[in-house]
Design a protein around this ligand. Structure first.
Ligand code: XMP
Length: 527
């Protein structure tokens, strides 16, 4: 066994013939831009804003997109890019801060506007240009800026304007440099997709040849070549990422794959059985199920502090996983379902932005001390691509479209100290919430839906008797990236059905509430 953990994919390998790089200036939308580009079947990666022009050329991109960012271009320490980028003769699209930076670098002037412009506004195209081909003369765009370009240098032509922003889009006459003050990547800019498409296809000369099927074939080949005759273990959690990882590995190396499912007693109703069925009947993997419920309940006994719960669950998981892995002979590799956002946010991508604002719960996974070489076949993919890949690999919708479920499972939804009874109560209420949401056809439209059991009792009346029982909270949110979320506006009838069923069918619950807090300031989970 080796403690080497080389990245599974190098950014400069031939993962795609056509690639676009997004230079990240700290925008909350950098990943969204990359996803939008990939939706046009053009491979896209996010790189740090100060990457050198020389290094950029090693990636052989067809074009660059400079993201937005929270700074002002004239502020002390404002992130800049290598000025040599503008001499590369490579198509560049600056968005918001990216546009201001490009205009400033080429001699224009940026200024602060009195009122920060935020939200939807009408935009008028003022010049004929391939960037705006197929876009009506007037359309809505989404703005979010405090500064804007006040004057462009000679050689630039304004392409669009809004009421308050006289230069809402711009291009250079002799260099392939473009700028948009508005955000084409958000859905509030209805023609944003077309603007991006124009940039990719007409200006960068891409053809949209990046396909997930090709990715799967290549990933399978890469895994085969790397693993040789070796043995790989893969932890299954019931989540999409680990299931797709295992399915891909199974197609690549078949019986050389062993999967480990740690049933920690904190899973949803029938979840362990569904995973076992899928990975023994459908994919005939060598599946090892660790029945860990008693062990987990023991280490969690009397613990009510959320961080301590997580810590103990993490350790117990590793103990169970390690013990089972040691029973499997000749293991050299550990496969993990790390995704591109995890790689980006942990600062682990070779040219990616440094780890900054966000810490994500899933980063890290199993510790390196386990001593296996890591295989992370999904580390170049976004979640929606992983789902599509799962379908391509033959996984059922039930797994592919499953809502995310936290590693510590129901423990962080059963507030306070845990017991088997409380967990069973929560499991039952949770099953009602999820099945009713599915029944209403809203499962794929919502990001996460679940029940939370509060350690609070309240008075009720059932039949003629007074009750003093627990309260359950229904949590259902809409979210693109789980960094922000809003509570789902579920129909009253649906809420009523869930409430009635929970109170009637779940023993020990006499009150149901609906959580109407958004994130931030609340979080999605309660602990
Ligand atoms: P919060 O509660 O921070 O959750 O808004 C954001 C997303 O992360 C999931 N989550 C976790 N996932 N281990 C995980 O694997 C964890 O400890 C954990 N805590 C939260 C949560 O379900 C949501 O999707």
């Amino acid at each position: 066994m080796s403690s080497n953990t080389p990245p599974a994919a190098n950014t400069t390998t031939s993962i795609a013939d056509e690639r676009i790089l997004v230079l990240d200036f700290g925008s909350q939308y950098a990943q969204l831009i990359a996803r939008r580009v990939r939706e046009q079947n053009v491979y896209c990666e996010i790189v740090r804003h100060d990457i050198s022009a020389e290094r950029i050329m090693e990636h052989a991109p067809r074009g660059l997109i400079l993201s937005g960012g929270p700074s002002s271009v004239y502020a002390d320490g404002a992130p800049r890019c290598d000025p040599a980028l503008f001499q590369l003769d490579l198509p560049i699209l600056g968005i918001c801060y990216g546009m201001q930076l490009a205009c400033d670098a080429l001699g224009g002037q940026v200024e602060s506007v009195a009122a920060r412009e935020y939200g939807r506004t009408r935009c008028t195209v003022t010049a004929d240009d391939p960037l705006f081909a197929g876009i009506p003369p007037e359309s809505d765009v989404w703005m979010s800026h405090g500064d804007q370009v006040a004057r462009v240098a000679e050689g630039f032509v304004p392409l669009a304007q809004t009421n308050t922003c006289p230069i809402a889009a711009v291009r250079h006459q002799s260099r392939p440099v473009f700028g948009l003050q508005f955000h084409p990547e958000v859905t509030h800019t209805p023609y944003g997709k077309q603007v991006l498409r124009n940039f990719l296809m007409s200006i960068c000369g891409c053809h949209g040849t990046w396909k997930l099927g090709d990715f799967a074939r290549e990933a399978i080949e890469t895994v085969r070549a790397r693993v040789g005759n070796g043995r790989v273990i893969c932890g299954l959690s019931g989540g999409v990422d680990s299931a797709v990882t295992a399915a891909l590995l199974y197609q690549a190396i078949g019986s050389q794959l062993s999967c480990i499912l740690v049933d920690n007693g904190l899973l949803r109703l029938n979840e362990a059985d569904a995973i076992i069925r899928e990975f023994t009947d459908h994919f005939k993997t060598d599946l090892h199920v660790v029945r860990g419920e008693d062990h987990f309940l023991k280490v969690l006994d009397g613990i009510d502090e959320p961080q301590e719960k997580r810590r103990r669950i993490g350790h117990a998981f590793i103990d169970c996983f390690r013990a089972e892995a040691e029973r499997i002979e000749g293991v050299q590799f550990l496969a993990q379902g790390t995704l591109y956002p995890d790689v980006i946010e942990s600062g682990a991508a070779p040219d990616g932005p440094a780890a900054t604002i966000k810490t994500h719960h899933n980063v890290g996974g199993l510790p390196e001390q386990l001593g296996f070489e890591l295989i992370e076949p999904l580390r170049d993919l976004f979640k929606d691509e992983v789902r599509r890949l799962g379908t391509t690999l033959g996984l059922p919708d039930e797994i592919v479209w499953r809502h995310p479920f936290p590693g510590p499972g129901l423990a962080v939804r059963c507030l306070g100290s845990l017991s088997r009874e409380k967990l069973d109560t929560l499991r039952h209420a949770d099953e009602i919430v999820v099945s009713e949401i599915k029944q209403a056809g809203l499962y794929q439209k919502t990001a996460q839906a679940f029940a939370v059991l509060l350690p609070v009792q309240s008075v009720g009346v059932m039949g003629d008797a007074r009750t003093y029982e627990n309260a359950v909270v229904i949590r259902c949110v809409d979210s693109d990236d789980f960094m922000t979320a809003d509570w789902s506006r579920l129909p009253y009838d649906l809420l009523a059905r869930m409430s009635t069923r929970i109170i009637n069918e779940v023993k020990g619950v006499n009150r149901v509430a609906y959580d109407i807090s958004s994130k931030p300031p609340a979080t999605i989970e309660w602990e």
